[in-house]
Design a protein around this ligand. Sequence first.
Ligand SMILES: *Cc1c(COP(=O)(O)O)cnc(C)c1O
Length: 565
Amino acid sequence: MDKPEINEAENGDFLTNKFFASPVQDGSDDAFALLMTEAIRGIDSLKPLSRNSSAFLGENPELTVTRDHAQRAVLKPEGESFTEVLNQIISTFEGLPNWGHPLNMSNICPQENYAAIAASMLTQIFSPNILEAEYAWNTSIAELESSAMLADLAGWDAGKAGGIFTYGGSGCWMYQLKYALSRVLPDSREQGIRTDAKVLCSEQAHYAMLNSTDWTGLGMNNIIKIKTLPDTNTMDITHLEQVIRECFDRHIPIASVVCTMASTDACAFDPVKAVRKLLDRYPNHPQYGKALLYCDAVIGWSWLAFKDYDFAANPQNFTEAVLESAQKNCEAIQEIQYADAFGVDFHKNFSPLVSSVFVYKDRSEFENLLKRESSAYLQERGDYNPHNYSLEVSRAAGGSMSAWATLKFLGANGIQHVLAHGLKNKHYMLRQLEFYSDMTCVNSADNGAALLLRIYPEDTDAALQYAQELHDETSRNQLINHNTLIQKISDLLWKWFREKKQIGGRFTPYLSITKGFRPAVYNKNTIDPEAVIYALKVYPVSTYITEADMQHAIHCIRLARNEVV
Ligand SMILES: *Cc1c(COP(=O)(O)O)cnc(C)c1O
């Protein structure tokens, strides 16, 4: 290998070129590329050899890390070789969920597409910093263009809108709250929050509401939860109106109303247009600024990819059932146009963690509201310098770059296919469930991919039993007993998954459970914490899942039930 001369920098015994990526090309054999290849080959060796395998990486299912043990770690005087360190890194991935695996049906998952992986890995090599133009240079195009594409999909004027990548859907929640507080209580930026402004969101809203109200100092008690409708899980607009009117009458400022678009399990979209009308009808008292309308669209944004789909001609030949759900979701998400801002997670089934963007309709308002003085040691060398209003200081470009790569690589068609695939799996399972009267899907009317299943002892008429448990207070004990049964089945399936138990020659799928799909109908405001609906959760969104995998999942659930009973 031709040794790059620069690596012979005088550095005593410390061999720079052994540790740090060379700033010049590594010679004809590209030593750096070889090291990275070694890393990728190493991590790939944890993937199973065939589909007939367990849905986690490597061989060892045990959780070997304990906090007690880890806390005894100390820095050693001598470093270890690259290969030794690499092997240790790789070994920590042993047992981790293999998100794209066909038996991973546990939750919405960060399945990584090739372009997004490459995009985020490359930003690790040269570390563009999207705090300002000087350190991001042309890489800031990823943040700017991704935001523009999303604003355009939302039906906004992309030229007037903007977006900023941040640390997750919870970061987007934080941004909306800061935006809202800065608008509604402008003094709060200098003097702190001195007024109990309210944040309104539905009972089904994500618990990130707690992080942001807590960490901003607004206080978690300033969240007002709006009831949801029992059939659709969407915000009850009548209850919302009562709450907004009461705030209006008592001159209590509303910081923001958050519409969830969509909720994680039920795929419920709140009615943004109706919320906008209420906020217009009952504005904050003139001493306060205008309340913000935010859409937590971190999961639901992707249905916007169907915006220009010709549902009548159906060029991609989606089945009737898939088409119907896709169209409903697409119509529902388009109400996002009435919001002031929305959040998007690309890592909910497209890209590596973490890739989230907070998109706002009025760039000039948002960026001016949050503007701070520039730091003395940063010079503005271009016109895009988000450090003046961003939450973070240094911001890695990995999230924006992998989002941008995802949008370019998949295009609208690719996103449609990923979404349709989940729906197709769900509808296939729903049809299969018709053969089993002791099982029922409690959310079959939802338009998302998740299936929430209740299974009962054999010979039970599940649909009838569930209807009683849901509505009838005299069935409360049965509801609770069957919740316990479902909990035990879920625990056993988890054990089988981790133990690599084979059923009918195939490994046990990775499923999960929800312990509060909804309260029983008589259990108003969930006063009784036990009278709630538990369900096994099957979230079949990995793009590698086939019908046979769905059938296998049913088979395993039934077997676990038999064992527990
Ligand atoms: C996942 C999720 C969040 C939290 O997002 P993170 O990226 O995990 O921080 C917020 N809201 C909804 C609806 C979600 O599904």
